[in-house]
Design a protein. Sequence first.
Lengths: 673, 218
Amino acid sequence: MPDLEFACRRAGVSPLVSWSARTAAANPFLRCAAAAFVLVWVGRDVAAESESAASPHEAAAHPEGAIDADDEAETVGAEVIVVTGTRTPMPLATSPVVTEVVARDAIEASGARTVAGALATRPGVWIERGIGGAGVSLEGLGPEYVLILVDGQRQIGRVGGAIDLDRLGTAGVEQIEIVRGPGSALYGADALGGVVNIVTRPPGDGAEVSARVDSRRARDLTGRLSAGAGDWSGTVSGAWRTGDAFDRTPAEPSTTIAAYDDARGAAQGRYQRGDWRVDGNVDYLRRDLAGVSATATGAVLDRRNLTEVATARAASQWSGDRTVVRSRIGAALFRDQYRSDQRGADALDQYQETRERELEVGADADRRLGDRHRITAGGELLAEALTTPRLARSGRRLRAALFAQDEWRLGDQHQLLVVPALRLDHDSQFGGHATPRLAVRWDASERIVARASVGAGYRAPGFKELLLHFENPGVGYVVDGNPDLAPETSESVHAGGEWRPRSWLWLAGNAFDNELHDLIAAVSVDGGDGPMQFRYQNVGRARTSGVEATAAVAAGRLGVELGAAWTRARDLDGDRPLEGVPALRVAAAVRWRDRGDGFDAAVEGAITGPRPYYPTDLADWTSPRAELRARVAKRFTSGVGFTLGADNLLGAGDDRYDPLPPPTLYVGVDVRR
Amino acid sequence: MDQTLLALALLGAVLAVPACADSIAPDEGPDGPDGGPPPPTAPDGGPAADAAPAATGRVATVRRPDGTYTTRIDASASDAWIAVDLETGGEAAADGPWDLACQRFHVKLNGGVSGDRGVEVAPLVGADFAAVTAAPADGWIRDAADGDDPGTDPDLAFEQGDGWYVYDPATHVLTPRPVVWVIRTSDGNVVKAVIESYYDDAGTSGHPRLRWAPLGAP
């Protein structure tokens, strides 16, 4: 029988993805030659936190255990540990919250070099490429409604509402966890559409280097060195990526994709002794983008963004018999220098420096009460500051939060799991806010699992919405922020199930409904003949509903996954579809893998339906988009691996709404010791 | 205690690297334009061809091969009116014989509530510039006091009715409407004019470009 981790899938994981989580370390896939010195980042390894997986409690809750003894999956249920859905490490197979996991193995199989690329062919995930880079949308809600975490640490540096997932390389990623629907009951602001938590690789032993070059002359070098002694272990890693700009319409001066030059360095360390574990990491990214844009008036601007992101994080954990206590502190700095140089004139020349800082401190504890309750409670303090010339003044905010949840198991075999959760935030800008959630999981049989949840979410007004003062004297309009804005809020219902009718077949379906209130929009407030004046106000309403279905087949070395997501996203006030949201996404992946001879081949594709945009009151619909990528890899017992792959084989993309690179062929080599 | 020290060390490391990268701010002032408008040239055969051009650099007029004139006005400053004397093709003093003045996208005349030289205009909507050979007998308007409309600013002749431009809220681009503006100047001459663009050749806003030609007396 195939060695797919069915248990992972049962919890909503993407099959192909989780497919070989347990052999991730042995995974070969090429990567390239050469070496760079380098680093990647770090973080704590959720997978290593599997102590809870071994608890009798979990075993009792899932009597089916390994599902099929002849599945070679005897340890499957404990192999993939997720943390995002409940904020406590637990086996994916037992999670009360649907969690999609893109494991390292699957990331390598996709050939993706950035997190955005790794998520690009997931059916229920939409990567929107705009002014803020590659942002992720979930359940029809844009990047500003999706919380991005790295090892649980909130990421800063939103541009146009999006955290650019192209700035996050995959070299240091252990797995990506996606939890759809509101996560504010655990994580606070910004988690309306869902939470994407990027879990970094843990410290280990050994070294690896990789290099890759493609037909567009992009180069990618990574390196990683790990060592340990006694109670200590540590890793230093680094990565360097560079690529030329791409111009889909050479007759026009603007570039479709900017040239990039990214360098990243990271170090992490872990101390573990007895019941204690302490992790620390530092990470620094320097990203240099250069492109050309043309305005509607004919102005041509040479643009450059030099972005730096520095983060540091420390976390400690004490594990007792029935109690786990965690604490953490994290700091982050985002600095972006933007320069535009107008050709032939200087009227539109600009230089803007934006600095954003964040300090996050938190602690929480789990305690088991009897064999039916597991209580988690904690608190957080968050301080944010933003300075940019576009704001009337620097933005500062403090937020304090308390949260608690109970994992309450019912039934003679604990087949029913009820998880109520509540979080209370107090923000220096808008005051108090409470977000509840109730999640239920029912193990109807060994092969059928049902889940449902109701919850609330909120998005705190951004500094731009609060403090912006932007004048365009050329055409006479002014946009002002509004310090009195309230948070945007949502209520959501989710329901779904998983069914494994055969040992080689896994089916899953999920439905959702989100209703959003008090959406922030710029509203005209002028009434005179001076400049047009706009001001942000809580005026909008929207609703997104949809279903997602996934089927996966695992037969020996062959794995096939097919998924589809249908979304209805409406602007209730404007009575029209939400901008940029595709109603339909269909994705498929086929993978052939032979661990014995180190051969691995994968083909992935996704079809995206038309999306509406509103350059005027009339919708401008995009054409459907079909993406396809393929990769073959061979790893030798010497530790050397080679890769050959191709991205965007069908040449998807356009110059306006789908700025994708052209078909690209790449080769790589890597060495792992 | 160990973790506390580690946390502080890491925190310090982050705070110590607030600006690792070099600044990319321009070293000097903004670079100069490398293709600005041509120097002012006196109109050849205009209403007052013998007058000396006002060469301030903010107003420049050239004669086209077809005998019409092109006047480029740098009205990009939002706090200054740039006055134009069509007889000279150059910039005029605020108390001089100017005909029209521009400030960003606003255009006012030296007549009505904006001036005392009696300048007025007759907008010919949809007219063909070449086909306009004489001043109309009626339809003349001047800058007027604020009327029954939102706001309190004067109702400038170029902004009455639909005004001289169309604003695209999606691109924030101003596009001139197809109107031939027949202007009676401060010296009593009559010219026909169209606003060809609100942008200069580099795409910068606040640079209206007029094409105009003298007409015979009505």
